[in-house]
Design a binder for this molecule. Structure first.
Ligand code: ADE
Length: 253
């Protein structure tokens, strides 16, 4: 069976930049436990998160759970107690992988469709801490005893089922990393503030002024900034009402 036997680390491309970053504060650190560590950094290695990784603003380490597997075949899973389909990740194997990280104050998350839904508020809290340890589940599930015994916080990224927790972990990491100091430019900032204000974004336009018979709304090209602000607020409310009325619950709007 092909498996990566070593800890996979992503080093900053520019050691001098990382040295400066670590002198001032230790970078936000993500440790992943996965059966497919080679999936990382994946999309996190490009654009905002990739640039921040290269600058040493954050660091990522993807560890192979199978290193703690049992026997010649490094088995990590077994059949479910009580019968049924699929396989269950063993508690002794996963706890060994977690314990090998050593004493650590970072929150331990388990990506799972039965977890609490991830919110921008939770992302902001995680981003403001020292980093995260994330277990990426596979198979039918993870033995409940290791979730309890290692106090894993189950997190879901939505009401659908992925084939494993890796892509869900990437979603969570992307959301956290973009909030780290210095990662977002002026252009990208502000969107999540509007989300935390329980409103979806208003529509955006740019040149050309007319396209296929559709014109930019006059108010946006008229130069009246108060009118523009009112229009954007009204549009944000209209779109939120249409698509996510749940965000407005408890408001008079
Ligand atoms: N693993 C599989 N599906 C998932 C989901 N929706 N959220 C988090 N982890 C998952």
């Amino acid at each position: 069976m092909a498996w990566s036997g070593s800890v996979f680390r992503l080093a900053a491309a520019s050691p001098s930049v990382q040295a400066v970053a670590t002198m001032t504060s230790s970078p936000w650190h993500a440790t992943l436990l996965s059966l497919y560590p080679e999936m990382f950094p994946g999309p996190l290695g490009v654009s905002l998160s990739g640039d921040a990784l290269n600058r040493g603003t954050w660091s990522l380490e993807a560890r192979q759970i199978r290193e703690h597997g049992l026997g010649r075949h490094r088995a990590v899973d077994d059949t479910p107690a009580g019968g049924g389909a699929g396989m269950v990740l063993r508690c002794d194997v996963l706890s060994a992988a977690i314990d090998a990280i050593g004493a650590d104050e970072r929150p331990r998350l388990l990506m799972s469709p039965r977890g609490r839904p991830l919110t921008q508020g939770r992302v902001r809290t995680l981003s403001g801490g020292p980093g995260v340890i994330i277990v990426c589940g596979r198979f039918e599930g993870v033995d409940e005893r290791v979730i309890e015994g290692r106090r894993l916080e189950e997190v879901s990224i939505g009401d659908y089922v992925l084939s494993g927790g890796e892509i869900a972990a990437m979603v969570l990491l992307d959301a956290c990393v973009r909030l780290l100091p210095g990662v977002m430019g002026k252009a990208e900032s502000g969107v999540e503030e509007s989300f935390e204000a329980r409103r979806l974004e208003y529509p955006h336009y740019t040149r050309p002024r007319d396209w296929e018979g559709r014109a930019i709304p006059d108010v946006l090209t008229g130069g009246n900034h108060a009118a523009i602000a009112r229009w954007r607020e009204a549009e944000a409310l209209r779109i939120t009402r249409e698509r996510r009325p749940d965000l407005l619950e408890g408001e008079d709007a």
